[in-house]
Design a protein around this ligand. Structure first.
Ligand code: NDP
Length: 237
């Protein structure tokens, strides 16, 4: 457990997978949680009922909606940007608009959400963005565009850590390896590609990523900032 009692937290992209695990963990740890979703209305409502969190429909691909939903929360103690999409495949066959859409969700949304949160965050606030081990390593073909979006988050964390550091606000990236979710099921096509690279021979669980995120959002992580935190079963070792 991490003590997040009475902390106000916003999770961008919390309806499913890793985001939903973070919502559950933060709610258990005592935070007042709001989370956004885009397409998964039923899952979002069910999670809100289960945890007592508030679900808000907001499309992370739309800059105005991202800024608006962050601003609407007032002074947030904790912002987590988890929403992400992955396009894995031959870059020569990708629709350029789809690639730009992924960049909007994976890069533009975290940047604007973090800056907007930083405007009114109290001293000692926490910003965590869910990146990927592919921000550091791309040991198979077909992941250039996705890896680009996750590498970009590293610059975001390093830069904003310095912009907000004098207020004790920390900015960190969590970099998961393969985690069993709708995006990357443990029995899916990607699993066959990535399994040989794992030191721990199984997929990660969303709850394991939520645990590291809770630590970074909590009081013990006050001296951890501008840093990437890989949690990947040894994928990148
Ligand atoms: P899922 O596809 O299982 O869930 C994605 C979540 O993001 C959903 O809650 C979804 O909400 C939300 N989301 C996606 N697009 C938008 C949008 N436009 N607006 C608002 N919310 C959105 O993915 P994971 O849980 O696996 O991934 C979560 C994060 O972890 C991503 O950033 C991903 O890149 C990263 N990651 C995942 C890994 C894995 O192996 N699973 C490995 C490394 C990193 P909704 O359905 O309501 O639109």
């Amino acid at each position: 457990m991490t003590d997040l009692t009475n902390k106000s937290a916003l999770i961008i992209g919390g309806s499913r997978g890793i985001g939903a695990a973070i919502v559950r963990r933060f709610a258990k740890d005592g935070a007042r949680v709001t989370f956004t979703y885009s397409g998964s209305h039923d899952a979002a409502q069910a999670l809100a009922t289960e945890t007592g969190a508030t679900a808000v429909k907001s499309d992370a691909a739309d800059r105005a909606q991202v800024i608006e939903v962050v601003a609407a929360q007032g002074p947030l103690d904790i912002l987590v940007v988890n929403a992400g999409v992955a396009m894995i495949g031959d870059p020569l066959s990708f629709d350029p608009d789809a690639v730009d859409w992924m960049i909007d969700i994976n890069v533009r949304a975290p940047y604007h959400a973090a800056v907007e949160a930083g405007r009114r965050m109290p001293n000692g606030g926490r910003i965590v963005v869910i990146g990927s081990v592919n921000g550091d390593a791309v040991p198979f073909a077909g992941a250039a565009a996705y890896a680009l979006t996750k590498s970009a988050l590293q610059g975001l964390a390093r830069g904003l850590a310095r912009d907000f550091g004098d207020r004790g606000i920390t900015v960190n990236i969590v970099q998961p390896g393969p985690v069993d979710t709708d995006m990357n099921p443990a029995d899916g096509e990607i699993a066959e590609i990535v399994k040989p690279f794992l030191a721990i021979k199984r997929y990660g669980k969303a709850e394991e990523i939520a645990g590291l995120t809770a630590y970074l959002a909590g009081p013990e992580a006050s001296y951890v900032t501008g840093a990437m935190h890989t949690i990947d079963g040894g994928f990148g070792a």
